[in-house]
Design a protein around this ligand. Structure first.
Ligand code: NAD
Length: 262
């Protein structure tokens, strides 16, 4: 049963994956949660599985559609009466060579991964301010920090989101809102399973110092921390939750021989 004055978070892309794990973490910590997703069917399944109708709200919405976002955020505010945090997690990955990436691929990736967090933040910030201030977390990616093949649209959208995080942090501080980013390395989710072949998976294991993919729950812990009062002086930052992947600037295969052999 929800406490009357429980804090409220809105998580986008919450029907599955990192977004769902994040929603579950906030629920475990006593918050109420608005779960926003474009996938109605899966969102419905998730709501049934969570089985917490008094503490959750399903919002069917495309984060790239300004009117829909505005209506969803207004519905959440009317339902819960406050908003304390926003997690801009919804994202899509279209991995293609640069020369095969169509204008539609490019536009949709930018619309969901970059315009979506812009629109959601613009709609949510006044409500967070009116609730006494709070926090926003944008989910970027290791691809926002490192270029690689096949990620011309995805990586560029996430690098844009990393800078949007700083822009938002600087302006929204005056409203009592902290804004940070979490950059996951590879995480065991449906998205990763769809785009990572067995060969890619083996390469990731080889390259990541902790020698494994991250868990959705490990991302949720960091996201929750940034939204909590424990992070009260942190804003405009990006935390990589990546098993040390970002640190391996010169992670040459031949120099990892010791681990591989022993
Ligand atoms: P996922 O595909 O498992 O889940 C994403 C959710 O977002 C889905 O439920 C989907 O329906 C929803 N969504 C997609 N487009 C939407 C839209 N336009 N409006 C509303 N909802 C939409 O993905 P995930 O692996 O959990 O990834 C979550 C975030 O983490 C994404 O932003 C992704 O780019 C980022 N990320 C993931 C990984 C990884 O390895 N899984 C690595 C780095 C970054």
């Amino acid at each position: 049963m929800a406490a009357e004055n429980a804090k409220v978070v809105l998580v986008t892309g919450a029907a599955r994956g990192i977004g769902l794990a994040t929603a579950q973490k906030f629920l475990a910590e006593g918050w109420n949660v608005a779960l926003l997703d474009i996938d109605d069917e899966n969102l419905h399944r998730t709501m049934v599985a969570l089985a917490l109708p008094e503490r959750t709200l399903a919002l069917s919405c495309d984060v790239a559609e300004a009117d829909g976002v505005s209506q969803a955020v207004t519905r959440s505010a009317a339902h819960f009466g406050r908003l304390d945090a926003l997690v801009n997690n919804a994202g899509i990955a279209i991995f293609k060579p640069l020369l095969e990436t169509t204008p539609e691929d490019w536009a949709r990736t930018l619309a969901v991964n970059l315009t979506g967090p812009f629109l959601c933040t613009q709609a949510a910030a006044p409500l967070i301010r009116d609730s006494g201030g709070g926090s926003i977390v944008n989910i970027t990616s290791i691809s926002s920090l490192r270029a690689s093949t096949l990620r011309v649209a995805y990586g560029t959208s996430k690098a844009g989101l990393a800078h949007l995080t700083r822009q938002q942090a600087v302006e929204l501080a005056a409203l009592g809102i902290r804004v940070n980013a979490v950059a996951p390395g590879p995480v065991e989710t449906a998205m990763a399973k769809a785009v990572h072949t067995p060969e890619i998976r083996a390469d990731y294991h080889d390259t990541i110092p902790l020698n494994r993919y991250g868990l959705e729950e490990e991302l949720a812990e960091t996201i929750f921390f940034l939204c909590s009062d424990r992070a009260s002086y942190i804003t405009g930052q990006m935390i990589s939750v990546d098993g040390g992947f970002e640190a391996t600037g010169i992670g040459l295969p031949t120099m990892r021989g010791a681990r591989r052999n022993g």
